[in-house]
Design a protein around this ligand. Structure first.
Ligand code: SAH
Ligand code: SF4
Ligand code: F3S
Length: 475
């Protein structure tokens, strides 16, 4: 059974049969995105690469000419979802063929990278499987898949960077709203013992500062007001000796770009320049997602995290000294192999000491190929469940307390979505809280001062009746 492997050594067609020269046929493309923000960014760029071939984004897979699942391998559940979704899509693909059409079914992202051949075995009706570093080669892969024959598998880490081969123009894709993601760094060399990312995304790579600034200017020119810089270790971004703090300082000069964020950061890579940027650059939002994973030094060591609980607390203090109103968010793993009640108590203690404004927490999930998956002393699921519930109780209580402390305050909210009810818009506060407000459509895409009127577990309500500073001055 032949699937085509194509790597950097293989000779490639200069002009694939994709109909690029003629006016392209209108084709329907459906992309379903799982996992992290980087996958969201990647999905947008895949749509950009495919647009010249006539593919336009659709919001459902029915009747699509191509369906791409952009997948996540971080935990077992995330990977399993892909196979159940493929089962559903198989039926749609069959229906499309009965109508005399064709649906190209593709699996992209981190499951594709980690389990490429396994996917083709378990779901032989899949046409293309390709990893996160190869989507600039999509036009060729589509040409090959269109010529029937076997499936196309491309899970290389090519020598050329995809960033140098993507179209310069950002199209109308999901990345192109009032808030956008921009990948500046990819890959990870940290090898935390539980994590698949170093294997699925490859080693750390930073884009040149000038390229990033070009893309940021184009986004701002298209109406984007807020950019979140993305990287698996975004705070280790390095371009010609300059780090993330310097990049953010340049970004802040871009006309029309009012808000900058970055995610995800590795505690040991938070340098003084970046901390100073939180003090000096008003465009940099006072919110930081800084995963700690555990509060136990013994477990942090077994995780290969290169920081202690004390290091994290000192870092939180430094950040607060630079910007007193900064809100911290984090990721936690409970039930890492060997985690005792005392280790877990240390995590709860760290949560009390830091006070997070929001956080994500997960049960440890053994991932094939990672060292932690085969460590002794795996923690029983019942214990993981209990610890997760206790931790989430505390984290939820902290989040609600923070949300309540926002009531009565005026917050600048970037309104970037419509709400469920008519006349309602939804936006994000400086702290990434969702804020619901009754507001006219013309406020969409703008940063609007709102009075916060109510706090909920995961969101806020606001209203527009905030007095402008002029009104306040003359009152
Ligand atoms: N680069 C980021 C994010 C990695 S993935 C970082 O360094 O933190 C996002 C989160 O998923 C991680 O922070 C971790 O909390 C969680 N995670 C990763 N692997 C996991 C595993 N095997 N089991 C449970 N949670 C995991
Ligand atoms: Fe995974 Fe650790 Fe790298 Fe984050 S720093 S991506 S958790 S290996
Ligand atoms: Fe998942 Fe890959 Fe992101 S494993 S979290 S999609 S880097």
């Amino acid at each position: 059974m032949g699937f085509l492997l194509f790597g950097p050594t293989e000779k490639r067609n200069k002009a694939p049969h994709t109909g690029m020269a003629q006016t392209p046929l209108a084709r329907k493309l459906y992309i379903k995105t799982y996992g992290c923000q980087m996958n969201v960014y990647d999905s947008g760029r895949m749509a950009d690469v495919l647009a010249p071939l006539g593919y336009a984004l659709a919001d459902a897979p029915d009747g699509a000419d191509m369906v791409i699942l952009n997948t996540c391998h971080i935990r077992e559940k995330a990977a399993e979802k892909v196979y159940s979704e493929l089962g559903r899509l198989r039926k749609l693909k069959g229906a499309r063929e009965q109508d005399g059409g064709r649906m190209i079914l593709a699996v992209a992202g981190c499951v594709a990278q980690a389990e490429g051949r396994e996917i083709l075995k378990r779901a032989p009706y899949v046409d293309m499987v390709f990893g996160p570093q190869t989507y600039h080669r999509l036009p060729e892969m589509v040409a090959r898949a269109s010529r029937a024959g076997g499936a196309v598998l491309d899970t290389d880490f090519p020598h050329e960077s995809k960033f140098d081969h993507l179209p310069g123009e950002i199209q109308k894709t999901p990345t192109n709203n009032a808030a956008a993601f921009l990948t500046v760094q990819e890959g990870c060399d940290k090898f935390c013992t539980y994590c698949v990312v170093p294997y699925t995304r490859g080693s750390e790579y930073s884009r040149a500062q000038a390229d990033v600034l070009d893309e940021a200017r184009r986004l701002a020119g298209a109406g984007v007001r807020e950019i979140t810089l993305l990287g698996q270790n975004v705070n280790n971004y390095q371009s010609a000796e300059e780090g993330l703090g310097a990049l953010i300082a340049e970004m802040a000069k871009i006309e029309g770009l009012d808000r900058i964020r970055y995610t995800t950061s590795y505690p040991a890579d938070m340098d003084d320049d970046l901390i100073a940027a939180h003090r000096d650059i008003p465009e940099l939002m006072p919110f930081l997602h800084l995963p700690v994973q555990s509060g136990s030094d013994r477990i942090l060591k077994a995780m290969n995290r290169n920081h202690t609980a004390g290091d994290y607390l000192r870092l939180a203090d430094k950040l607060r000294a630079a910007r007193s109103d900064i809100g911290l968010s984090s990721d936690f793993i409970v039930g890492f192999p060997g985690e005792t009640d005392a280790d877990f108590a240390a995590t709860m203690k760290l949560v009390e000491d830091v006070e997070f404004v929001q956080a994500y927490s997960f049960k440890f999930s053994p991932r094939p190929g990672t060292p932690a998956a085969v460590m002794a002393d795996q923690v029983p699921d019942a214990v993981k469940k209990e610890r997760l519930a206790a931790l989430q109780d505390r984290l939820n209580a902290q989040q609600l307390a923070f949300n309540r402390s926002c009531v009565g305050r005026t917050m600048a909210v970037l309104l970037d979505r419509s709400g469920r009810d008519r006349g309602q818009l939804v936006g994000r506060s400086p702290y990434m809280q969702a804020v619901h407000v009754d507001a006219p459509d013309e406020n969409m895409g703008s940063i609007t001062d709102l009075t916060i009127t109510a706090a909920h577990a995961n969101s806020l309500s606001g209203d527009l009746t905030v007095k402008s500073s002029k009104e306040r001055a003359s009152a």
